[in-house]
Write a protein that binds this ligand. Structure first.
Ligand code: ADP
Ligand code: MG
Length: 258
């Protein structure tokens, strides 16, 4: 939902970044306001995951120029956990498994770190369990997943639902979902998309990174951007995703070079 009076949450200006000395991001510009849902599409290898990891502060990515402003503050010097505590959430394309750590404990540690950073009350195991059980409904997840090790042996769809459950608990201001739709069957896709839609509100923003338009049948973006060779080369409304679906990414070459 576009609110013209809303604040800018994220402002990315001419961002460039290297991985292992190779330039991958070559000048990304993006402005995201409260209440907005943005989709970033693009071919495999265009730099979408790199962009999401640079936003989250992943240490393997070296920012070589430009800026990332979050509520007007430059966050480039902040560690990933500091960015997370400030409300930047990245759902990974390939969620990690953490054998030996129960999902409930993991979620509670993450939740309490955020509470502490905000000067809010931390919850003990019992109160936290009540809160999580309330949030399970967002992604129609069974409570049995709380006692299992984080993501260990979870199906692709269960892992993605678990990412959205984390998001429901942490209530980020900007959620970046990297290919959250990949590998999901249609039922899981509906559930995940439903969760994202429930969590989107006028004070937060969502960036959906996706290769396919089908996710956008369930989550309606305000803006669609196309990334190519480390830059956002085209932006439009949701009709741009339909055009990409119908014509593939080939039409870009003609339009971008025209
Ligand atoms: P996307 O998510 O759009 O598919 P990525 O951001 O994963 O694209 O990758 C962008 C480019 O960066 C690709 O060409 C990929 O091979 C390259 N790349 C990613 N990680 C590394 C790395 N660790 N070393 C060298 N190149 C990398
Ligand atoms: Mg990717």
């Amino acid at each position: 939902m576009i609110n013209p009076n809303s604040d800018v949450i994220l402002s990315v200006k001419n961002l460039t970044a290297n991985v292992d000395g190779t330039p991958i991001l070559k000048g990304v510009n993006l402005e995201v306001k409260a209440g907005e849902i943005h989709a970033i599409m693009g071919r495999n290898g265009s730099g979408k995951s790199t962009f999401s990891k640079v936003l989250a502060g992943h240490p393997d990515y070296e920012v070589t120029g430009g800026e990332i402003l979050y509520y007007g503050d430059n966050i480039l010097d902040l560690e990933p956990d500091e960015r997370a505590l400030k409300g930047i959430f990245l759902a990974f394309q390939y969620p990690l498994e953490i054998p030996g750590v129960s999902n409930l404990d993991f979620l509670r540690v993450a939740y309490n770190s955020r509470q502490k950073a905000l000067g809010l009350e931390e919850l003990d195991t019992f109160d936290f369990e009540d809160l999580v059980i309330e949030k399970l409904g967002v992604v129609q997840m069974d409570a049995k997943f709380l006692d299992r090790s984080v993501n260990e042996g979870f199906s692709g769809g269960e892992k993605k639902r678990n990412e959205i459950l984390q998001m429901a608990l942490l209530e980020p201001k900007v959620a970046i979902l990297d290919e959250t739709d990949s590998g999901l069957d249609i039922d899981a896709l509906r559930i995940v998309a439903g969760g994202v839609n429930q969590l989107a509100n006028a004070d937060n923003a969502t960036i959906l990174i996706t290769h396919y338009q089908r996710l956008l049948d369930y989550i309606e973006p305000d803006y669609v951007h196309v990334m190519q060779a480390g830059q956002i080369v085209m932006s439009g409304g949701k009709e741009l995703a339909l055009k990409l679906e119908a014509e593939g990414y080939e039409f870009l070459e003609a339009e971008v070079t025209a």
